[in-house]
Design a protein around this ligand. Structure first.
Ligand code: EPZ
Length: 463
């Protein structure tokens, strides 16, 4: 079940009236993997700096469905901040930023099919289940509709570790050999983020040494590996293209997992700040993980001050968006230009002067948002399934009466929100539940920056 909520945004028509600070939360795409890694432990684990997003809620439900004991809590710091915000009137706020998961004694190895079909990262749990319990059953995982997103690389790797796979009616039943999964050499023909994480986690319980080559190098991978190592794992090379894991032993919860700042959330708000804000601070972020974005924005002319854990957009109100330079983008694995940000960058490029090409190298179905941007007056041509041509500056029209905009996935959803902010008049955006998957209370954050945003609760429906 989810709610068909919409949000209504009053556009600021190209003016830079927003200002304030956005505190970046923990990285959803690291937390989800650390949660799945709870299956490697023989006691409860604690996770902190957790964002209150729908995907994390779904992963909790998935683990609870396997028999894990799960609990959410608010840290003292969050409690204090909430009270300050509410003027100490005791008004409850649901934001939890700590999780406890005890997956040491699971009762099932069958992933809930509905949750799996709605969230790609559910697949991360399949590896540790297989390694620890010798079997796992799950459907083809779903998630953001941004391309075919096959799971062949996971299946090939499980087979190389000795597993047998039976596929019937869209369900996979995988069993490990007697004596458990065996360490082996695995070469990923494509750099895959979730694939790298899943096999790295799986290999912690496989017998002997596993070497993963052509691995993805996203910072979330290194962050999870460092925590697992602090709890007894032996993982070398995470954050490079070759990872070696000496496996075979359950882990001890010697240290909580503290999530690194969400680089995609931070970068999303930097684009928003560049287009819509005068004085704007993105705080509690990790600028070293944001170089592809800060480099892009600086080259384009956005005035950035980069600190140790903050990025300040200063004196931006004096600069017209059409004075910023257009630049071509080619998406790339980390540390290159992030595929998740290309829809948001497309909105940016629609506001600046000149022509830019965006070439999407990772996913072949990630331009669904273009129609909606063109409805708002953008000039974007789809050249082929991998390439668009954006001509700016445009996109300041009010949405034609009776028309709505759609959030097609998490990041395209943010892009549409940004476009609606840049435009004139009121825009209605539907499918907000997809934005909620990756951004905690986006409408509250925007309101705190001075935007006029209203959420309209819809009917509860079944997906
Ligand atoms: C992760 O997806 C992120 N999701 C995505 O973020 C992100 O867009 C993507 O990495 C790329 O950075 C999570 O971490 C939960 P991949 P993932 O496997 O791991 C192909 C968001 O908005 N491939 O690195 O699923 C695949 O089709 C989300 O937060 C195979 O061919 O992406 C793609 O072309 C959306 N076979 C390429 O690899 C496989 O078995 C890279 O995808 C696996 C992947």
């Amino acid at each position: 079940m989810f709610q068909t909520d919409s949000i209504i945004i009053k556009g600021i028509a190209g003016k830079k009236t927003l200002r304030g600070e956005v505190h970046i939360k923990g990285a959803k795409n690291a937390i989800l993997k650390a949660m799945a890694a709870s299956i490697l432990f023989d006691e409860a684990i604690k996770l902190q700096n957790i964002s209150d997003t729908a995907d994390i809620e779904s992963m909790l439900d998935l683990l609870a469905g396997l028999g894990a004991k799960v609990k959410k809590e608010r840290s003292k710091e969050v409690k204090r901040k909430d009270e300050e915000k509410d003027g100490g009137n005791g008004k409850k706020n649901d934001r939890n930023d700590k999780l406890f998961i005890d997956a040491s004694n699971l009762s099932s190895t069958d992933l809930d099919p509905d949750i799996s079909r709605s969230m790609r990262s559910s697949i991360v749990a399949t590896g540790p289940l297989l390694a620890r319990y010798g079997k796992v059953s799950f459907p083809v995982p779903g998630g953001c509709v941004i391309g075919a997103r096959p799971i062949d690389l996971f299946l090939e790797a499980y087979k190389k570790m000795g597993a047998s796979i039976v596929e019937k009616d869209g369900m996979f039943d995988i069993t490990a050999p007697k004596g458990g999964l065996k360490g082996t050499d695995i070469f990923f023909t494509i750099q895959t983020v979730t694939g790298t994480e899943t096999l790295m986690i799986t290999a912690v319980l496989a017998k002997g040494t596993t070497t993963l080559r052509n691995c993805a190098m996203e910072p979330e991978i290194q962050s999870v590996a460092e925590w697992l190592n602090a709890c007894g794992a032996k993982i070398e090379g995470a954050g490079t293209t070759t990872i070696t894991i000496h496996g075979g032993k359950l882990l001890k919860a010697k240290k909580p997992y503290t999530a690194i700042p969400d680089r995609i959330e931070a970068a999303s708000f930097l684009f928003l700040g560049a287009l819509c804000a005068d004085d704007f601070l993105v705080s509690k972020c990790e600028p070293r993980h944001l170089e592809s974005t800060t480099n892009f924005l600086s080259n384009s002319g956005v005035p950035l001050v980069i600190g140790k854990d903050f990025i300040h957009i200063k004196g931006n109100g004096k600069l017209k968006n059409y004075s910023f330079k257009s630049t071509n983008i080619r998406t790339h694995e980390y540390p290159g230009f992030v595929t998740d940000l290309q829809p948001i960058a497309a909105v940016y490029l629609s506001q600046v002067s000149g022509e830019s090409i965006i070439f999407e190298t990772i996913f072949e179905g990630r331009f669904k948002y273009v129609d909606d941007l063109n409805k708002l007056g953008a000039d974007i041509k789809i050249m082929n399934p991998r390439e668009i041509l954006v001509t700016g500056p445009t996109l300041c029209k009010a949405l034609p009466a009776g028309q709505e905009l759609t959030a097609h996935d998490i990041r395209a959803g943010f892009a549409i929100v940004l476009a609606a902010l840049c435009a004139e008049g009121n825009s209605v955006i539907k499918n907000v539940h997809l934005i909620d998957r990756g951004y905690e209370s986006l409408e509250k954050t925007l309101t705190s920056l001075g935007a006029d945003v209203r959420r309209v609760h819809g009917e509860e429906v079944t997906d």
